[in-house]
Design a protein around this ligand. Structure first.
Ligand code: FCB
Length: 469
């Protein structure tokens, strides 16, 4: 395998702690395929992607990266990359085809084997219980609008920990409740495709309740379980200093960020937004807030970009800024600021960046290589700003690249590539991109070479911290 990224003997390097967790992430529906194999039930994403006009180019996750059948060679690839950790999600309908009731042992067996293979390769599993593929049978009783689903989720969590808890210690209950509520139930651009703001607020609350119940279930079976949640955090910046722009940025962050962080770390919803929602605010039962705000072992931060807001509440393009294929501004310094801001605002447990990465249009060269310089710089700059935030006192324990390999990017289908490994969806051939080779070297070297100016920046961040203390 060609490895055209070797680090020069640089005088300076950005170094990370020896025990920093270097990982990559995926999600079941985006990579597994095998949508009906071995007794798996239908998920809301199977149903949604089979409907006309929902996904770019009519793509579906029926086959995706065929990871279900290629798991062993994919783990070998992770080992070759030198990953220390792998974040994957479990498909709930593989385990409970009906959503609850009888367990499908063949489904469990797949994840059992995956965990064993990872451990054999010295790769720590980080398991996400819910990355959006609800069993369709549960949608038929209202999906996340129905509070009963939160108990089914806890039962599912209990079964998973009973079977994998002897080998898995790190758990993420739910991936990005904001996205599920907003794209699944408000804009309807994602499964299950519902457009109802009031319902979406109830869904958001139920997702947090489900997180709380699953946290209890995971811990009751295994006292050493490390439990976290992954939040989609997209900070906002005002378009100008005009108070109206400032207010638009503040209120957007309050609805998208604080609404999901306050309940967990402060045990209440932001009162200003609660009042603004009025009759649309969710029904909350007496014990809910203590359930939601149980201590966590870590917070998962999924960061891609920031939003620059106008007073009309519109997201503005910033002239001169670089944008990814998703149309997302490349803003690594906003990640650093986000990490600092939330660490000041909340009493946080350690943080893992559970997703960060970029889609760019990748072409294989005639020699079959992928020179994805844009992605490489994106990752390097985000790692650098993470490292500076650490120097400023933020406790970041690890970093998971989104994504290990190109995959089914939800409503965009296969049109957006986020992988550090290129996938040819016709042949299923995997090719490590330049960014992948680079990342691999970062892992092996505990960091990457840099220039003197960057070192000065880091040193300055460190002295800032000393002064603040
Ligand atoms: C996140 C999702 C992940 C992937 C990336 C690009 O919001 O969690 O599955 O789609 O965005």
């Amino acid at each position: 395998m060609p490895n055209n990224v070797s680090f020069p003997n640089s005088q300076y390097s950005v170094t990370f702690p020896r025990n920093f967790v270097w990982g990559a992430a995926t999600a079941a529906y985006q990579i597994e395929g095998a949508w009906l194999a071995d007794g798996k039930g239908e998920s809301i994403w199977d149903r949604f992607s089979h409907m006309d006009g929902t996904i770019a180019n009519g793509d579906t996750g029926d086959v995706a990266c065929d990871h279900y059948n290629r798991m062993e060679s994919d783990v070998a690839l992770m080992k070759e990359l030198g990953l220390k950790a792998y974040r994957f999600s479990i498909s709930w309908p593989r385990i409970f085809p009906e959503g609850f009731g009888s367990v499908n042992l063949a489904g469990l067996d797949f994840y059992n084997r995956l965990v064993d293979k990872l451990l054999e390769a010295n790769i720590q599993p980080f398991v996400t219980l819910y990355h959006w593929d609800l069993p369709q049978k549960l949608q038929e009783i209202g999906g996340w609008t129905n509070r009963e689903v939160t108990s089914h989720f806890a039962d599912y969590a209990a079964v998973i920990t009973k079977h994998l808890g002897d080998r898995v210690s790190n758990w993420i209950t739910i991936n990005e409740p904001w996205v599920v509520a907003n794209y699944g139930y408000k804009s309807g651009e994602m499964a299950p495709g519902i457009k109802d703001e009031k319902l979406s607020l109830q869904v958001a609350h139920h997702l947090l309740v489900a997180h709380g119940k699953a946290t209890q279930a995971l811990r009751s079976d295994n006292s050493s379980a490390q439990v976290g949640i992954s939040h989609f955090l997209r900070p906002t910046a005002p378009a100008s200093r005009d108070p109206r722009d400032v207010e638009a940025a503040r209120s957007t962050w309050s609805r998208d960020g604080r609404w999901f962080l306050d309940p967990i770390f402060k045990a209440y919803y932001p009162p200003d937004i609660w009042n603004e929602y009025g009759t649309r605010a969710p029904r909350v039962k007496p014990r809910d807030m203590s359930l939601i705000s149980q201590n966590l072992d870590f917070l998962g931060v999924n960061y891609y970009t920031r939003n620059v807001m106008s007073r009309e509440g519109q997201v503005l393009k910033v002239p001169g800024s670089k944008y990814t294929e998703m149309g997302w501004e490349v803003t690594p310094d906003a990640l650093q600021k986000l990490l600092l801001d939330i660490s000041k605002e909340y009493k946080l447990p350690p943080i893992y960046i559970t997703e960060n990465g970029a889609a760019f249009e990748d072409q294989l060269t005639e020699a079959g290589e992928c020179e994805d310089e844009d992605r490489l710089s994106y990752i390097r700059d985000h790692l650098l700003h993470t490292r500076i935030a650490m120097e400023q006192g933020v406790d970041v324990r690890g970093y998971f690249l989104w994504s290990l390999m190109d995959n089914f990017e939800w409503a965009y289908g296969f049109s957006k590539r986020f992988g550090i490994v290129h996938v040819d969806f016709k042949t299923q051939k995997r090719t490590i991109k330049k960014s992948g080779h680079w990342y691999s070297n970062v892992i092996r070297n505990f960091g990457f070479p840099t220039e003197k100016q960057v070192m000065d920046k880091i040193a300055m961040a460190g002295s800032d911290r000393t002064e603040r203390k």
